[in-house]
Design a protein. Sequence first.
Length: 162
Amino acid sequence: MNTMTKLTLRTEGDTHIVVTRHFHANPESVYRAHTEPALIQKWLLGPEGWTMPVCISEPRPGGKMRYEWENPSKDKFGHFHLTGEYIELEPFSRIVHVERMFLPGPTPDNHIETRFESDGDGTLMTMRMTLPDAATRAQMLATNMEQGMEMSYVRLENLFPA
């Protein structure tokens, strides 16, 4: 039985970030939480205080994604958004998509493959990001993304009580 719940983040080569995390929910539930707008809006929020008033997710090859976040505290990133496209989907085991953030200008494309594997009492999620170069990866890692991701994943975990 895997007891890991907090995410682990590691780098590979010059352009990859690999995030793994165990959830106490089955692969179908965790997959649905990554593709269904009503579920995405409940957990993919990052730090406290953020909301996602716009969530478009069309989980099919060629389907579009658009997530918009707001923070009423009006810090320097009081509003930003992400766009993307789904490339491949294997329901309840794998998602491949491309995304870019707008802060306000677009970041380079981030190619992401996310796998959901049955693991003991839940699901092992492995997300592999492929960025265009080492400098882009370094900029992404400098944002303290790990903390915001884990705060969101705790919310996802709470969608499916044990």
